[in-house]
Design a protein around this ligand. Structure first.
Ligand SMILES: Cc1ncc(C[n+]2csc(CCOP(=O)(O)OP(=O)(O)O)c2C)c(N)n1
Ligand SMILES: CC(=O)[C@@H](O)[C@H](O)COP(=O)(O)O
Ligand SMILES: [Mg+2]
Length: 623
């Protein structure tokens, strides 16, 4: 039988599908997604949950005139399918392929680039205001998950939207899950709304009574639903959203296209912001994902039959090393507490949670709050470890300065996914943290060269009476240089090899590459001194002074953009100390947003692999 999906080749084609075929189309979309994501990897569970919701939105809206903003954007695959990107799906998240997130440069139907959580309502509200100022009448819809609704920005936007006097629709896609279990007061509140059968029951029995018992009642209900006041008919009084000035519709079955369409049409009549509370099942239609939505939130290629991963990682990741080290440290120090912003698995804190449930805190997708919450605990004598990905910690810049560093509090930042993270692309690369952290007074910034040094740095951080940030990359922890175990001292680097008149100063993850570069240079008879910088702040000026006496080339290497990075600090040092006769080769990432692709593919494309770096050095030295 030909697929209905094959009749959908561009935006709005779904409108020509017969309503009796919607169910079949939803099924076809699910099997398309499962089949493709099993090969490319991606955010499967969230996407399976919003198939009908996306279909309903596409039946309701006109693209690209109307604006649809996906919060986080990890659930936008069906939207991509329905807007002419079906044939590119095999390239999802691959180098030069389509992105796993909405991208304005990819399609005019993608209204806003997302990737970080809780931005959609703000962006949508901005678009509503712009629409009204331009005198247009297009629809603006934001889709935000129950997890993303725990983020501060979402509340700031709702607060602002409460005063709106024109139409804006906010779909609250409630699947009762963040990546892990959704936590906190908002999650509890939504749970109450979900189970509020009293309200739904009341509405249904009113409707039944009117239609059955009153002559002409059916017409009354019909008119009521179509009238300007229809939104009131659906609203539940005395609720958070209502009290804030928004209209609430729901809860609605997010897998029933007809219910979704009538809710959307009703919401569209209001001259204010309307929240449609939609209940969906994360992972719907694929049993392994329904059973384990957390594992299928973001998944590497897997076998469809059983959901097992195609490749099994044997070597320990930095996350795993951090996870075990923290448990060990937690056993020795009962003041140690661990904090995550909704990523207990990704950051490796789930193990700490298991051992010390009372000393573990998941604060929701709230990185700003996580940092100031840690500051509060530190001020009262605890030793908080805040584990956050480099890209998400960008959110907390002011809290790090104002709440942690001005107070000079002993908070440890465990910064995972620092460097190129790969397939999530521009929004998720952790390439700015050295720049946004190393100029902050009081903050010590470190990066380990290998798995043992990560543990040693954590121990050092715990013994230090001030804030410390330790950054480490995604993936396998380096197990080379096991013998190099010089004790860690504040602001002191470690000399791995001393030879010749060229010095390589490598930061953290780049030590591994530097070892390979050094060996390649040795093949050309170029002798190299290799330094593991350990600290980016405070920078080890003594070693720079010492090396400058018998080295005439400094090569700095860091997995961070150039501006504000370690290399620029070294340049500045050479300049300030009148050492411009020393040649400085700065190996860092380009000052641009880096697209999606495999980590090693991106390294090659950016000339950041050992081979390309060696070639660059040889060229610069005119060898
Ligand atoms: C600022 C920020 N912190 C953390 C994340 C990681 N993250 C991506 S999706 C997600 C959970 C989102 O839950 P929800 O909004 O309910 O969507 P669902 O996955 O359930 O569809 C998290 C924590 C992020 N994208 N942005
Ligand atoms: C959408 C999102 O922000 C997360 O799901 C992110 O993709 C997780 O990255 P890791 O897979 O590296 O944990
Ligand atoms: Mg959710």
């Amino acid at each position: 039988m030909p697929r209905i999906l094959d009749n959908i080749n561009k935006a709005n084609d779904i409108k020509s599908i017969k309503p009796q075929d919607y169910k079949r189309l939803a099924k076809e979309i699910r099997s398309f997604l499962i089949s493709n994501v099993s090969k490319t990897g991606g955010h499967l569970a969230s996407n399976l949950g919003v198939v009908e919701l996306t279909m309903a939105l596409h039946l309701f809206m006109d693209f690209p005139k109307d604006k649809l903003i996906w919060d986080v954007g990890h659930q936008s695959y069906t939207h991509k399918l329905l807007t002419g990107r079906k044939d590119q799906f095999a390239t999802l998240r691959q180098l030069d392929g389509i992105s796993g997130f909405p991208k304005r440069e990819e399609s005019e139907c993608d209204a806003f680039d997302t990737g970080h959580s809780s931005t959609a309502i703000s962006a949508a509200l901005g678009m509503v205001k712009a629409r009204d100022l331009k005198g247009l009448s297009n629809k603006v819809v934001a889709v935000i998950g129950d997890g993303a609704l725990t983020g501060g920005m979402a509340f700031e936007a709702l607060n602002n939207a409460g005063r709106l006097k024109s139409n804006m629709i906010i779909i609250l896609n409630d699947n009762n899950m963040s990546i892990s279990e959704n936590v906190g007061g908002m999650a509890n509140y939504l749970a109450k709304l979900r189970t509020n059968t009293r309200y739904t029951g009341f509405k249904e029995s009113m409707e039944n009574a009117l239609t059955r018992k009153i002559p002409g009642g059916r017409e009354i209900v019909h008119c009521l639903k179509r009238s300007k006041d229809a939104v009131k008919y659906f609203m539940l009084p005395n609720m958070l959203f209502e009290d804030m000035g928004l209209t609430y519709i729901g809860p609605i079955d997010g897998h029933n296209i007809n219910s979704l369409l009538s809710a959307l049409k009703n919401a569209n009549r209001a001259n204010k912001a309307v929240v449609i509370h939609v209940i969906t099942k994360k992972g719907k239609g694929y049993i392994p994902a329904e059973k384990n939505p957390s594992r299928f939130h973001g998944i590497d290629p897997f076998y469809i039959d059983n959901g097992e991963p195609v490749a099994k990682n044997q070597t320990a990741s930095y996350t795993k090393v951090f996870s075990s080290a923290l448990v060990k440290m937690g056993k020795k120090n009962n003041k140690l507490v661990a904090i995550t912003a909704a990523m207990p698995y990704g950051t490796g804190l789930s193990s700490f949670k298991k051992h010390f449930p009372d000393r573990f805190f998941d604060v929701g997708i709230a990185e700003e709050h996580a940092v100031t919450f840690a500051a509060g605990m530190a001020a009262e004598g605890f030793r908080p470890v805040v584990a956050i990905y480099s890209t998400f910690l960008q959110r907390s810049y002011d809290q790090i300065i104002h709440d942690v560093c001005i107070n000079n509090l002993p908070v440890i930042f465990a910064i995972d996914r620092a460097g190129i993270t790969g397939r999530d692309g521009k929004t998720h690369q952790g390439i700015f943290d050295l720049s946004y952290l190393s100029h902050i007074p009081n903050l010590v910034v470190m990066a380990p060269k290998n798995k043992w040094e990560l543990e040693e740095m954590l121990e050092f951080a715990l013994s230090y009476e001030g804030p410390v940030a330790i950054r480490y990359p995604k993936g396998e922890a380096y197990t080379g240089l096991m013998e190099n175990r010089e004790p860690i001292r504040l602001g002191k680097s470690e000399i791995i090899d001393k030879a010749g008149d060229i010095a390589i100063l490598a930061v953290g993850s780049m030590v591994k590459t530097a070892v390979m570069v050094k060996n390649r240079l040795n093949d050309y008879n170029i002798k190299v001194t290799l330094v593991n910088t350990r600290f980016v702040s405070p920078m080890d000026c003594e070693i720079l002074e010492e090396l400058s006496e018998n080295h005439n080339v400094f090569i700095t290497m860091e997995e961070n953009v150039r501006i504000g990075g370690y290399g620029q600090q070294v340049s500045d040092f050479l300049c300030r100390n009148n050492k411009q006769d020393i040649r400085h080769i700065n190996i860092s990432l380009p000052d641009k947003f880096i697209e999606h692709g495999g980590v090693s593919e991106l390294f090659e494309r950016l000339d950041f692999d050992a081979e390309s770096i060696t070639r660059k050095i040889l060229d610069e030295l005119q060898f």
